[in-house]
Design a protein around this ligand. Structure first.
Ligand code: KG4
Ligand code: ZN
Length: 336
């Protein structure tokens, strides 16, 4: 079985061919980061226009790299939710036209389910059920992966996503967009205990997360120092922030795994590339006797292979869409 996966929910136009659910035959990613960097974040209209310009070339390249033609593929999978609406519409509309022209089924994929699927591409033997922490620029969820296509969200952020917290603090510290990776690099030579940063408490749901208080506290600290003309060691602050975010994510994920009886824990999303998060969750799982899974670094950010992989499982489960498929900016995983 060969599935073409198309991703355009944010600032990466990506396409990939995946064989038999888990073998990547090609993966092409055209990133717009350089262009959005000058604005300090993703500009939605620019993102949509670049997807429009690049999508055909990216898909042609993915087919060529896998040495296949449209006739060889079994279905066209596409991210239809959640994400920037104008960006999603480009991918959805393109995939619809392609599926119609080639006479192939159209398979809708939820972006977060795609991130979770990066673990199937990394570990050939991994099977549901397990608990997954998905942390990215737009989402921070603790999810029960009940089967390849059924999910239950047990915790979510009440405000900012973990990646957003990394990026906004990084920006205040003078790092370019997206700042998560710069915090990661700076943290390598910093002292994680140099600054005591707040751990949020969330009233109500036990496994919900919150990052806005942490973000505000870092930004205020930087502004105060600036006003007083004092120096803050950027590497120490980066290390302290990374340590705090890793600790919050790990603590909530481990307590959810214990409470819900999971012995298998996975990590996914753009923030899963973070050295501190990877180490903290991996060590906590080892201490608690849990199996731990995390995607290869090159699969952590948005890519087409994750959509083709999850698209394969959706297709096998009979999840296809007709010509009325639309893009959806916000959609819970439980509603797919
Ligand atoms: O999954 P992703 O590519 O896009 C969304 O679906 O949001 O995630 C992007 C996020 C950004 O916030 C980026 O700064 C963060 O992932 N990120 C990192 C690292 N690499 C990417 N955050 C911390 N450390 C990293 N090494
Ligand atoms: Zn993503």
């Amino acid at each position: 079985m060969l599935i073409l996966g198309i991703e355009s929910s944010c600032d990466e136009t990506a396409a990939s061919i995946v064989a038999d659910c888990r073998t990547i035959r090609s993966s092409v990613i055209s990133t717009q980061i350089e262009e959005h960097r000058k604005y300090g974040g993703v500009v939605p209209e620019i993102a949509s226009r670049r997807h429009c310009e690049n999508i055909l070339g990216v898909v042609k390249q993915a087919l060529a790299d896998a040495s296949v033609t449209l006739e060889d593929i079994d279905a066209v999978a596409v991210t239809f939710a959640p994400g920037l609406i104008g960006a999603l519409l480009v991918g959805v509309n393109f995939a619809k036209g392609l599926a119609l022209a080639a006479g192939k089924p159209l398979v809708p994929v939820h972006h977060i389910a795609g991130h979770i699927a990066t673990n199937y591409l990394t570990y050939p033997g991994l099977e549901p059920p397990y608990l997954c922490l998905v942390a990215s620029g737009g989402h921070s969820h603790i999810i029960e992966v009940l089967s390849y296509t059924k999910f239950r969200v047990v915790g979510r952020t009440r405000d900012d996503a973990a990646g957003e917290c990394f990026d906004k603090c990084a920006r205040a510290m003078g790092f370019p967009y997206p700042g998560g990776v710069h915090i990661d690099n700076a943290a390598k030579t910093g002292d994680p205990k140099a600054f005591r940063l707040p751990h949020p408490t969330v009233e109500g749901s036990e496994f919900d997360l919150s990052f806005s208080g942490l973000k505000t506290s870092v930004i205020n600290m930087l502004h105060n120092a600036q006003q007083k003309g004092t120096e803050i060691n950027r590497n120490d602050l980066a290390a302290s922030l990374q340590y705090t975010i890793s600790d919050i994510l790990t603590e909530k994920t481990i307590s959810a795994a214990k409470a819900l009886g999971y012995k298998k824990v996975a990590l996914a999303g753009g923030v899963s590339a973070n050295t501190g998060v990877r180490a903290a969750l991996s060590e906590a799982c080892e201490r608690n006797g849990f199996e731990f899974y995390m995607p290869e670094k090159k699969l952590c950010g948005d890519n087409g292979a994750m959509i083709a992989c999850q698209g394969s499982y959706n297709f096998l489960a009979g999840i296809t869409a007709d010509e009325s498929l639309n893009a959806v900016a916000t959609l819970s995983m439980e509603d797919i």
